[in-house]
Design a protein around this ligand. Structure first.
Ligand code: NDP
Length: 519
């Protein structure tokens, strides 16, 4: 088995099938790291064919056999955590804590979770039917793997959002071809190496390095696409998949609101806003992207947020505790952040802190706090995906809710109040796939809870039963044990039997149940 380092040498020398390669750079230093093959459609087809062949034997293994591989992979991740975290930090520019906690250990946790839960979520379900016509039949819902799953992932969490989605797909008995972002592909190659070390059979998980075109080619070949990335690309993915009626699961962008009510613990709310607005440099699909604060506590909240944001250290990520905010991973993102801030300032927003590209070498954007913002501004309506916190004053909870729901996205959301009943009531009215009371983002750690977006934030769920059942075809089985020679309704039709069937049907369907008669 070639290591990532060997692959890089091979790639530099040979490139993809037609010799094309692409560069991977370190955004925190600007240094060049590696060149990797830019795989074309032919190369992708070849990988999928190998994965398809390998899938048959993999699907025949028991859940326990597959789980053993996942637990060994978990141990491999922990043993190799320094190497993995260093790789993630180098190609993404994030802090050591973001790499270690959110990529290494979140994925290690997912390996154990799916190893344990796959057999539970995918167990045959015995069903009892309401229909008198199928009395005595054995009814079963069963889940079987789709075949080859194409996982296409983004650059913000090079392991958790790329390899992470391969885990339930593999536990369900699929093989996987993983297409990481061209910005951060090395981490996926490292996980391919780790899975082999853990005993995953040859070709059950393969990595297709390349650009967007490599991802597009993958869609044509696989039996399902699991995509994490921007809403814009998600729409393209769905369009392309519609050509072959290939099912898709889409985890897309977000513009997640936080509501702070007048009775909130302002210290906790401010800490949460600053942490989940700035962690991973704000490059989290469900980071706190906009905040609505009730008038009486607005000034105090803003002051706390400014003070805490000012204390953040930014720069080249080094050892534990070195900096809080790392680099902007993807170069074009700087332009988006600048455009949103410029647009807001032009329309009357105040930059309380930051607001500019920070000094290099490397690519950084200052942690930024904005006030006097409103919904005419892109910073309140478009995904910024940077270290920005726009804070808006609202009259009351109704206005907060109205603004929070004024979005084409709907991924995560949060409300802060000491009144838990009120908090839950408001959370239930937020049009987002997830809503937290006195928390943000941490719902993601409860892998039992489904995670997914409404509106333009996506289709389908990650986590929970739905997070693995989506990687399966559902097969409905009916086994008729006590079978008469002929069912009552079968040919030839006879007046008496037809009338009997009709009378029985009238008895069944011809009245409103007592409970509903007076409603
Ligand atoms: P992109 O949509 O730009 O890219 C995602 C992946 O799709 C990359 O591997 C990319 O390849 C590939 N790709 C690009 N074009 C195509 C195409 N036409 N067909 C197939 N694949 C293609 O997203 P980013 O990498 O910029 O990631 C940031 C986005 O991801 C943000 O919007 C964020 O909110 C979202 N996200 C959502 C999450 C969720 O769970 N809902 C979690 C994390 C991020 P390449 O990079 O090589 O161009």
């Amino acid at each position: 088995m070639a290591t990532v380092e060997q692959k890089s040498v091979e790639a530099t020398q040979n490139g993809g099938a037609d010799g094309r390669t692409f560069a991977v750079d370190n955004p925190a230093t600007g240094e060049h790291i590696i060149r990797l093959p830019d795989m074309d459609a032919g190369r992708v087809r070849e990988l999928v064919a190998r994965a398809r062949e390998a899938q048959k034997a993999w699907a025949e293994q028991s859940f326990d056999d597959r789980a053993a591989v996942m637990y060994r992979a978990r141990q491999w991740m922990v043993d190799n955590r320094e190497r993995i975290a260093k790789t993630v930090m180098e190609e993404n520019g994030k802090t050591r804590e973001d790499a270690m906690l959110a990529d290494v250990f979140t994925t290690a946790d997912a390996l154990g979770f799916w190893a344990k839960k796959a057999s539970v979520y995918l167990a045959d379900e015995r069903v009892r039917s309401h229909s008198p016509f199928v009395i005595g039949r054995k009814l079963i819902v069963r889940y079987r793997p789709r075949g080859v799953v194409g996982v296409i992932g983004p650059w913000n969490y090079p392991i958790a959002n790329c390899f992470g989605d391969a885990i339930p797909a593999l536990m369900a008995g699929n093989s996987v071809v993983l297409k990481p972002s061209e910005v951060t592909p090395i981490s996926s190659l490292l996980m391919e190496e780790g899975m082999r070390a853990a005993g995953l059979p040859e070709d059950v998980m393969l990595v297709a390095t390349g650009t967007g075109e490599t991802g597009a080619a993958l869609i044509d070949e696989v039996d399902m696409v699991m995509f994490t990335g921007s809403t814009r690309t998600g729409k393209k993915i769905m369009g392309r998949a519609s050509e072959t009626l290939t099912p898709v699961s889409l985890e897309l962008g977000g513009k997640d609101p936080m509501i702070v009510l007048r009775d909130a613990d302002l210290e906790r709310a401010a800490n949460t806003a600053v942490y989940w607005g700035m962690a991973n440099g704000g490059q989290i699909c469900m980071s706190v992207e906009r905040v609505y604060v009730e008038e009486p506590v607005y000034d105090e909240f803003v002051a706390k947020v400014i003070e805490k944001t000012r204390a953040l250290r930014q720069g080249k990520p080094e050892g534990p505790g070195s900096v809080e905010v790392g680099a902007v991973t993807f170069a074009p993102q700087v332009e988006i952040i600048e455009r949103h801030i410029r647009d807001a300032v032009d329309k009357g927003a105040q930059v309380q802190l930051g607001g500019k590209v920070a000094d290099g070498p490397g690519r950084y954007f200052q942690p930024t706090v904005l006030t006097d913002v409103d919904h005419s501004m892109q910073i309140m309506t478009e995904e910024t995906f940077g270290p920005t916190l726009p804070i808006m004053k609202v009259r009351d909870e109704h206005e907060a809710l109205r603004y929070a729901n004024d979005s084409r996205y709907g991924l995560n959301s949060s409300v802060f109040t000491r009144d838990l009943e009120k908090g839950e009531r408001i959370a239930r009215q937020l049009t987002a796939g997830s809503a937290c009371v006195n928390d943000a983002v941490m719902n993601y750690a409860a892998t039992e809870l489904p995670f997914g977006g409404t509106g333009e934030s996506g289709i389908g769920y990650r986590h929970g039963a739905a997070g693995i059942q989506k990687y399966c075809e559902v097969q409905a089985l009916m086994v008729t044990r006590f079978a008469p020679k002929k069912d009552t309704f079968m040919f030839p039709y006879a007046p008496a039997r037809s009338r009997l069937v009709e009378r029985l049907s009238v008895l069944l369907y011809g009245r409103v149940p007592r409970k509903y008669r007076d409603r």
